[in-house]
Design a protein around this ligand. Sequence first.
Ligand code: ADP
Length: 452
Amino acid sequence: MTETRQKTLFVANRGEIALRIIRAGRRLGLRVACGFSEADRDASYLAAADDAICIGPAAASKSYLNIAAIISAARLLKADLIHPGYGFLSEKPEFAEAVESAGMTLVGPSADVMRRMGDKVEAKAAMLAAGVPCVPGSKGALPADPAGMRPIAEETGFPVILKAAGGGGGRGMRVVRRAEELAEAAMLTRQEAERFFGNAEIYLEKFLERPRHVEIQIMADAHGHAVWLGDRDCSMQRRHQKLIEEAPAPGIDRALVAEIGARCARSCVDIGYVGAGTFEFLYEDGQFYFIEMNTRIQVEHPVTEMVTGLDIVALQIEMACGKPLPFVQDDIVSAGHAIECRINAEDPETFAPSPGRVTALHLPGGPGVRVDTHMNSGGAVSAHYDSMIAKVIAHGADRTEALARARAAVAEMRVEGISTNLSLHRDLIAEPGFAAGGVSIHHLERLLKGKA
Ligand code: ADP
């Protein structure tokens, strides 16, 4: 009798997303092994995995970002697949290459596709070729000579934004409002780009004054099929960090979203994309403008799961295993509305991180409420990592019901022992601008400054 060996999935991440991946892997019948740093040794979510292994010291550079350590741990545990989650190594083509050369499969696109989409100049060119609308600006990278730059900026029209081709995390960008400031701003942005990203190439775009952040979730198999699973509005941000996300984006013509979604899906087939991905757009005055693609699972994926009823992480793993997409575009339905609040261990006013021990934790529940968290009473929030400790997701038949459930959920949740931004969420959910829907990416910062 032939028996197929149970595949092993290695989780190269921590916290809530590690637990989310462990759950998806086990649901699919895989054996799941999870890497952890010394700081996470006692984390309770590790017990949900079949196996756990230390991958290094607390400092992320020595553990969650340590390619050699992760590959050897995954080998030791006989992993077939490695899930990188988000952040850390999830968008590093070097990691994808290392996984491929070690004979394992990354849950994500190939190193080549990841590299191509990680270069924003190349990504924009690929999107334009696929008919995905982009922010008007330079065609490709800017010339090094300031004299050559000026006509491009003038043709685009001031204000413009200079951006690093290799940029990420909201760094390496500079707004230029007048032609006289262009040369110096370009020099500074180039220096930053070289220092932060090891790539001095920069490009230029029209600066949109009050856009919304709207993104499209896609899923693609290795057999030339891709679908889009819906849109999300992530405009409630502070310093480019998203705080509240929702699906679908309120007040946008559904036919337009469907057209953009279809183009995103088609472009995945064009570029040979496999797995879950997100196309990020700025949306202003009824127009979508592509800014970048994220080649990994995103923090905010649950809002799409709540309206579609799909398990995006499980699908992502199945795509990596070579399974065909189990549905076609017309099978995907979006029902109701979902809102996610990111609960961070931080001071609600100063935003200073608040590491420490959670002495008591009460999680909200009830119809339409989901909490994704790795935290428990007695659990530690480490100063070494991101401060997000939970995501509270509320679903309702419509946006009004989703808001009411989100409001009740953040009111009910209690975290003791550390500071959290729960009180900020309680205020924001009830804030008239957000409640009305369709705020710009500057709304939250203006509110915090008392200007909205
Ligand atoms: P990163 O990879 O660093 O996140 P993005 O290209 O996604 O860079 O841009 C990050 C943020 O910068 C956007 O969400 C938006 O707030 C702002 N931004 C980027 N491009 C523009 C633009 N053309 N006009 C206005 N704001 C922009």
